[in-house]
Write a protein of this length. Structure first.
Length: 321
């Protein structure tokens, strides 16, 4: 197949390109970042382009001859980023609009990378909140800016499917983490950030790390290989409505710290410092529908995924010493 991956220089995009190349697809990998800032580059891909797809003509050029478009390009990151870059996050809609226009023009099937942040905040007010099901997105009250932009883009893509028969596939990623991602600087997700902090403490001989909460918030963390497998499975399926992409495990931030501390064989205590916490009770995502219509289920346990992530972050820190 001839495929286009936008956001290919990013975390999930880099892993997706790798999987597509390994299965034999001709991949056009596009990202607006300069090549030196790409997280991964797989030279067996058909082509790599540093290109801003927010421009319609450039988006058309990137997608020329492609059967499938995997649209992952977006301003994204953990709470430390999306809570302080709300305007930047809303501008992702420019690339979203251009890619669905191009899919309409070319007849390509298009994957859209959405997020658990589209779900209403009142459904995530406490740790006893229910598992989030796909039909719970409305009445809308998503995470401000980032979640709202994702929800709007979902509606835009589904409207193109309804009005123009564009083949749209949508997955709502749940806190994807793993190697070859952002591990410091503000965009990192909690699993990678905690791995870094525990490693830094161990290398410095300290037994205390800072976190932004009391440890009680609940999350669903999804290992990147599982997220990529779900992306490929959903895109190949006949199902055109949004699907949750997440692990069946849930974990509090305190449990995350404890697990990483065990992996490191280095006990740490936590000190709460001011910082964006996010919702307190994103207890889990209901994966019933994706199992039924696609046959996908996350295969990587939190422990296994964190072990791999910890080892990768450790190598990054040691290389700098």
């Amino acid at each position: 197949m001839n495929v286009l991956v936008t956001g290919a220089g990013g975390f999930i995009g880099g892993h997706l390109v790798k999987a597509l190349v390994e299965r034999g697809d001709d991949v056009v990998a596009v990202d607006r970042k300069i090549f030196e800032d790409w997280k991964q580059i797989h030279h067996s891909a058909h082509s790599y382009q540093s290109l801003d797809i927010g421009n319609l003509d450039r988006a058309r050029r990137a997608a020329m001859g492609c059967d499938v478009i995997y649209h992952l390009a977006a301003e994204a990151g953990g709470m430390g980023f999306i809570s302080t870059h709300k305007a930047d996050c809303t501008l992702s809609v420019l690339a979203d609009a251009r890619m669905i226009q191009v899919a309409k023009e070319t007849g390509a099937r298009i994957w859209y990378a959405s997020s658990a942040c589209i779900y209403p905040l009142p459904l995530q007010d406490d740790i006893d909140a229910p598992d989030l099901q796909e039909d719970m997105a409305y009445p809308a009250d998503p995470e401000e800016a980032y979640g709202l932009e994702k929800l709007f883009a979902e509606r835009m893509y589904l409207s193109f499917a309804e009005d123009y028969d564009v083949e749209v596939r949508i997955g709502r990623y749940q806190s994807v983490y793993g190697p070859n991602g952002v591990w410091r600087g503000g965009r990192e997700k909690a699993p990678t950030a905690i791995c870094r902090k525990v490693i830094e403490a161990k290398l410095a001989g300290k037994h205390e790390i800072e976190i932004w909460s009391d440890g009680s918030p609940i999350r669903t963390f999804t290992y990147v290989d599982d997220a990529v497998a779900a992306t490929l499975a959903i895109t190949a399926s006949d199902y055109g409505l949004p699907l949750n992409v997440g692990s069946d495990e849930v974990m509090s931030i305190a449990e995350l710290v404890s697990t990483v501390s065990t992996i490191a064989d280095w006990p740490v205590s936590t000190v709460t410092v001011p910082g964006p916490v996010g919702v307190p009770g994103r207890r889990g995502c209901d994966t019933t529908r994706i199992r039924e219509v696609v046959g996908w289920k996350a295969a990587t346990s939190n422990l296994e995924g964190l072990r791999k992530t910890y080892a990768w972050v450790y190598d990054q820190l040691k290389a700098e010493q």
